[in-house]
Design a protein around this ligand. Structure first.
Ligand SMILES: O=P(O)(O)OC[C@H]1O[C@](O)(CO)[C@@H](O)[C@@H]1O
Length: 392
């Protein structure tokens, strides 16, 4: 993988990453304090974290091995704004959970500070309308259903709570994709493409990995896509990669997945019942690898995770953060080939991502010129643009 592009950091006050630290994180801390009646100890710890991130230096707690496991202790003593963007955000979420007592021991151990936001999202009229659309969709030809579910999963990525803390874009209608490899992806999803690697075929059947991003209104369409692929025999089993604990506000955990399946069951959808059975029978398996919350790109993934992806016929990477970790959180020239920056990945991989941060690859020069001429840099971070990119 080429590594010549500069790593994205937070130093420039005019940059998007700087605004995430200086504006989004303070807004998030306030929301967390408002949403849950934490006691004075947790409130003080949150205030202290905020002060530290804005005016102090990174304090890596000596009793938290996470900082050693993922080589993050090297950032201790530095201004948060001097860190690589990916590391600054990842360390911030680690410290936020510590501040609210999530890692315990104590009464707040395991209490997700973001759960009120995630649950509220499932009860919105928009979420209800999306479920209501499932009935008419089931009467469409199967290829149309699959295409709609794929795009539902892609655009579900726009529904990201952390992002909405700062975005003024509202609920824009879907715009044309800036890269669209869906013609090549759809046959891979249905198993009708000639498979040059013949990976995972044979007695064990086809395996899909879906690396989830957000809970709520993103995870529901992700699960519906997985259900469709299992129900129609395109894959025999699916691995759903989740976060082992709350992260980046709305990232999906096991608890969120169970909430989503319960929600689909309560809404009396067939998919809800099928997903419930698929989980019970092991056709849908959950994963929550610690690396999923590491401040590192996937190029640095440990061997067991690499083996998991290698065993899959296809991996779907959802969302902006996974994209940043997949291609490396660097200021690539936008025309840098996606296939090149993902060449290290141990199997066919597709990214379904709305653009919410500066990193992007695989654009044609014409697309980049048009976007930049009409929007400046806004298209990179506004969440209104999206890509489906594939490397077989
Ligand atoms: O939920 P997603 O699609 O991963 O997006 C989260 C994105 O939001 C941010 O926190 C700010 O844009 C990014 O750092 C991150 O990539």
């Amino acid at each position: 993988m080429p590594d010549t592009a500069p790593v994205i950091d937070c130093a420039d006050p005019a940059s998007f990453p700087h605004s995430v630290l200086a504006e989004r994180h303070p807004a998030l801390v306030r929301k967390v304090q408002d949403a849950t009646p934490y006691g004075p100890e947790q409130r003080r710890a949150l205030d202290a974290l905020l002060h530290e991130t804005l005016h102090g230096t990174v304090e890596a707690p000596a009793d938290d091995a996470w900082w050693d496991t993922w080589n993050a202790r090297r950032y201790a003593g530095r201004s948060w704004f001097s860190l690589p963007f990916l590391a600054a955000e990842s360390c911030f979420y680690r410290q936020l959970l510590r501040a609210v007592g999530y890692f315990g021991p104590g009464p707040w151990q395991g209490v997700d500070p973001f759960r009120p936001f995630k649950l509220a999202e499932l009860d919105t009229p928009e979420a209800a309308a999306e479920l209501a659309a499932l009935g008419p969709l089931s009467e469409q030809p199967l290829p149309d259903q699959l295409s709609a579910l794929l795009h539902g999963s892609l655009w579900g990525n726009r529904a990201d709570l952390g992002f909405r803390l700062q975005s003024t874009e509202g609920t824009a209608v879907d715009s044309p994709l800036v890269v669209d490899d869906s013609d090549a992806l759809l046959p891979l999803l249905t198993g009708t493409a000639p498979d040059p690697h013949a990976r995972g075929t044979g007695p064990a059947g086809r395996t899909l990995c879906l690396v989830a991003d957000n809970a709520g209104r993103e995870l529901i369409p992700d699960l519906l896509l997985v259900d469709h692929l299992l129900t129609h025999g395109h894959f025999d089993r699916a691995l759903l990669h989740l976060k082992p604990y709350p992260y980046f506000v709305s990232d999906a955990t096991t608890a969120d997945t169970l909430d989503a399946v319960r929600h689909l069951v309560a809404a009396k959808t067939d998919a809800g019942h099928r997903l419930h059975s698929a989980l019970s029978e092991g056709r849908l398996t959950l994963r929550a690898h610690p690396f999923s919350c590491a401040p590192l790109p996937y190029a640095d993934m440990p061997a067991d995770l690499r083996a998991d992806f290698a065993s899959a016929d296809l991996t779907l990477m959802k969302g902006d953060l996974n994209y940043r970790r997949l291609v490396g959180d660097r200021l690539w020239h936008p025309t840098t080939p996606f296939t090149e920056v993902t060449s290290y990945f141990p199997g066919p991989v597709a990214a379904l991502r709305t653009l919410k941060s500066d990193v992007v690859t695989g654009l044609t020069p014409e697309t980049e010129t048009t976007l930049t001429t009409t929007e400046g840099r806004r298209w990179r971070t506004s969440g209104t643009r999206a890509v489906i990119q594939l490397r077989t």
